[in-house]
Structure formats: structure tokens, C-alpha cells
Design a protein around this ligand. Sequence first.
Ligand SMILES: *Cc1c(COP(=O)(O)O)cnc(C)c1O
Length: 370
Amino acid sequence: MTLKKLSNYYLIKPMSRTVLLNPGPVNITDKVRQAMTLPDLCHREKEFSNLMAAIRAKLLQAFNIEETFTSVLVSGSGTAALEMAVSSSLTPKRSMLVIENGVYGERIGKLCDVYNFHRHTIKLDWGVPPNLDDIESILKKQSDIEIVSMVHHETTTGLLNPLQSIGELAKKYGKIFLVDCISSLAGDEVDFTSIDLAVGTANKCLQGVPGVSFVLFRKKDLGRLIKIPARSLYFNLTEYHKAQEIGKLLFTPAIPAHYALDVALDELIEETVAGRIYRYANCAKFLRDGFKKLNLEYLIPEGWRSNCLTGLKLPKGVSYEKLHGKLKANGFVIYAGQGNLSENIFRIANMGDIKKEEFDRFIKILGTIC
Ligand SMILES: *Cc1c(COP(=O)(O)O)cnc(C)c1O
């Protein structure tokens, strides 16, 4: 391919807008987009230190946890921050309880295995919520468990795991509670009361762009975390924290993604987290009313669904490829199922800066296909 052809290859019609109904990266506002064209910057200069300090503070401010939590930024996708939190938080010789009911819970399990952690696993079929009695009986029996880890919004299916009640159990047995909140922060209510480490990313409900993710952890846990020997060079939580506290960095960050996140956080603080959750809940309700009229079948029963994503069974005789292709031709990108679900379901996320009229148009076009 010539260079010209290559550059045409990824150019989606220059002026057209694609509505992203995938669970991140999301559609961003023009203000966030413009932030990425701010001046070239060296990350060792005080301008970047200030930017980083502002983002770290705004994250805590947005979720109203300034008193008790601190934040650490890491360049990379959400999994970078997840790896940082998991690999840096387990005391040697202790073990982790992992609750798996989707790809992302299984990812926490895989991380434990990569780092040779001893783990106990509650393994469930995808989309099946964990049973609290099972969790309690493991916690009662296995005193080696130091950390209870789980995914809040399991994006695989759209299931919202019961964060509050599992968190209360973790606290009852004196455990550290580590939560992947990557696809729920700012989209579903996250109760920080029992959380010790929360993982998030810029490019989902925070409405920034991919490239930077973060760990929020309880300040009073720092003493314990610092004593844990380094297991990774790039993903060492307390080393990043130490550097970021004095405005320094260990490695070159994704600077444009930081510019964007800073503005995205201003917008979040203005909208408020409660306001955004309310907006997303309304979008989900609008979509679900539409899905119901189209007789589409849900993967997750009512009451267990997140505000941010709906898993739906593919209508009879419609393949995912066909559905995806027709919708894309009309400016909408939807998301396939993962693993065993890839043949049977599709997923519609409602994260990001999407207008009511766009959801309306989407339902109408979906109706013409189904
Ligand atoms: C998106 C997501 C991640 C991280 O995925 P990346 O591709 O690394 O950003 C992790 N956990 C959950 C629940 C997610 O939705």
C-alpha cells in the first residue's frame, strides 16, 4: 500500500460522527478533544507536575473521597491500573479471594497467576451473581485470605455485582477490598465505604481518552502497601505514589491523554457524579424501553443490570456481523459478546457524550434490522 492509501485506510469519513455504543473508548466532548491539542510539553517540567496534581486531586474531589483516599495515575489502558493494584497489594504469604463471573473477574484471577499468588476462587458462569453465603463461608474458613477482589460492573454481560454487600462481608472479616470499578466509576454508584483499592480508567464513564488509568487507595493502607516487596518495575503502586506526591514521574506519561482527562474531570465535576449516573440511567432506560418494544431478549434480569451497558440476545436469523455492519453503515458501533457468548449476544453501552436524538435514531434503525 502507498502511504496515501495507508492513511486513507483508517480515516473514517472526515466530518462524520460515529456514535460509539461500545463500552469505551467513548464519544468525548469537543472541549475534551481540543484539550489534546494543547502545547507540547516535557513531563519533567513543572507544567506537567501541575497537570498531574490537578488530575489526582480532581479524581478524589469528583468522588468526594479527598479525606480518606489518595490517587495514582499510570499510563496505559485500564488493565495497566488493574495490574498495578493487584500486583502491589498482596502481602507475601497471604492469599486473594477472586470472584469470577465474567472476562474481567477472570482477568483478576489471571493476574494473580502471573504473579504466582495463592488464590481462592469463586468461579461462576458468566452473568451469575455471587452468593453471599458462599463468600462468607470461604472468608470464615480461610484465614490466609488478605484481599477480597471483584469486578463491580462486569462488562462481559452488563451485570452489576453487589459491591456493597460483598464489601460489608470483607470488612466483617477484616479483609482488604479491591474493586475493578473500571466500567462503573461515574456511571453507576460506587459506594467507597468498604473499598480499600479501586481501579478506574479515563476512557469509559469519565469521558476522557485511552492512555491513562488510575488506582484510588485508602491513605491509611499506605503503611502496609509500602512494606510489600516490589514485584514489577512498571506497575509498582507505591513507587508511583511516592514520585507523584512530589510532582515527579518514573516513566514518560501519555501527555495528551492527561490533558484530556483534566478537562473531562472538570466536566464531570460540573455535571457531578450523581448527575452523570442519573443521565446514564435515563439513557439506559430509554434504550431498554426501545429494546422491549423490539422484543429483544435480555441477558441479565432486571434489577441486576448496570446503568452503562445492556447485553442482548441476537434476534433469530440475525448474525452479529450483519447487525454490526448495518448499524455501522448508519453511524453506530455496537459491541460483540466475548468468548462463548460471541455467537449469541451483542452489547449496547451508553457511556460517553451521546445525545438523546442519537439514541432515538439508533432504536429506529435497530428496529428496521430486527
Ligand atoms: C474495560 C475494562 C477493563 C480494562 O480494559 P482495557 O482494555 O485494559 O482498558 C477492565 N475491567 C473492566 C470491568 C472493563 O470494563
